[in-house]
Design a protein around this ligand. Sequence first.
Ligand code: ADE
Length: 230
Amino acid sequence: FSKIGIVGAMVEEIELLHKHTDVTNTIHKAGITFYEGRFHDKDIIFGKSGVGKVNAAVCTQVLIDMGVDCILFTGVAGALDPELEIGDIVISTSCLQHDMDVTPLGFARGVIPFQEVSDFNADPRLIELAEQASERLFNGRYRKGKILSGDQFVASRETVKELYEDLGGTCTEMEGAALAQVCAMNGIPYVVIRSMSDKADGSAHVNFEEFTVKASDHSYRIIDDIISRM
Ligand code: ADE
């Protein structure tokens, strides 16, 4: 990989990276600020997409147009797999939009009509790098799995059950599958790495706020470890 794109949805998710990067150029595009620079002797560009699928999609396309040849997304998510604890890491094997719903026309939930793929695979090499980083940094407190994205902050047990049992999601967030789809449309490898800020249940909002600081630290350490070995 010769130019690495990195995306976080919130400022906390990329601020440590900003602090440790030799920023050589700042670019404003589509309302997003991108920082270009050197990190572990690699060329990187990173930016804060903002929350939700449209923000993530636009940010991803702009990064690709700026010449990145892979994209890492880092941030927090709500756990769906009951074995996950707050603080654990999830690495995407694939990403699917759980709010894509054309069931009245006979399409299964999550399926984007009239196209071959709706569950977008992450890149095996990037998954492997993320797995090695998580193994080393978090004593194996990580899981690989399908990440479900939608323009919804999930905060109920029923929705968790549905997303876990019906769609097979490991965790839920609001950007990954949009980024994944744009990457697939452009033939660019990606991986999404999330630390669990909450269990997407009734206490999600409380855990979410408490955990954001710790999660930013996780995000930075994983990215740091991955890029140092690229
Ligand atoms: N990001 C972090 N927690 C989340 C949740 N419960 N739902 C959606 N996105 C999230």
